[in-house]
Design a protein around this ligand. Structure first.
Ligand code: AMP
Length: 208
């Protein structure tokens, strides 16, 4: 099953993708995670995109499409995948259409206010990528990762100015994909304001 998870930043795509990945045994391919891994490992690509990610702007299509093409050619993606955070522009969607057939585009529907609350409280463990929320999913000890004991950080792009920019970028560049995939008959709407368990239940029903 080839899935796209579409929706604004903070809609919970990554959380649900982690659940679907385990349940359906298909890889979770997050372009944001791939970029962050490159930045952490100080690769050439990482150096190219570091500033762009911190600002919340989009990495140029050419770079992003090449990275996804490479990732989808790996053998674990042969029997399906969850693309989380890709495509984000019409040009990326057109490129994906020439690489692979998509079965469903899951559209995470959520209000801007809810997103702001979620993202501004998000904290991550830098080495493992494990995420918390200061209100909804706090660590056992404030500011510390439950398993590694490392201090939690706030992603640069989860700071308020970058969040507002990311939401504007989403509205301008990515939201047009909702119509694009609706016209292709691939779109499924999910109410992303619910809990992860409820969202996963709704997901299973619609793709049955
Ligand atoms: P995410 O973790 O999905 O919110 O992505 C974090 C950042 O990575 C975004 O704000 C962009 O700077 C970059 N990024 C991720 N996916 C894409 C994409 N498909 N196209 C362009 N930039 C992307």
């Amino acid at each position: 099953m080839n899935l796209i998870f579409l929706g604004p930043p903070g809609a919970g795509k990554g959380t649900i993708a982690a659940i679907v990945k385990d349940a359906y045994k298909i890889p979770h391919i997050s372009t944001g995670d791939l970029f962050r891994a490159n930045i952490k490992n100080e690769t050439e690509l990482g150096k190219q995109v570091k500033e762009i990610l911190a600002s919340g702007n989009l990495v140029p299509d050419e770079i992003t499409i090449k990275m996804v093409e490479n990732r989808l050619s790996e053998s674990d993606a042969n029997d399906g995948y969850i693309l989380d955070g890709f495509p984000r522009t019409i040009a990326q969607a057109d490129a994906l259409a020439s690489m692979s057939d998509v079965d469903y585009v899951v559209n995470f529907v959520i209000e801007r206010e809810t997103i702001l609350k979620r993202l501004s409280g998000r904290r991550v463990c830098k080495s493992t990528g494990r995420t918390y929320h200061i209100l909804y999913n706090p660590p056992k000890v404030e500011g510390i990762d439950d398993e590694t004991g490392e201090p939690l950080i706030q992603r640069d792009d989860d700071k308020e100015e970058a969040i507002l920019n990311r939401l504007d970028v989403y509205e301008k560049s990515t939201a047009p994909l909702i119509d694009y995939y609706k016209k292709k008959g691939l779109l499924i709407d999910l109410d992303a304001s619910k809990s992860p368990e409820e969202i996963f239940e709704a997901f299973k029903k619609v793709i049955r």
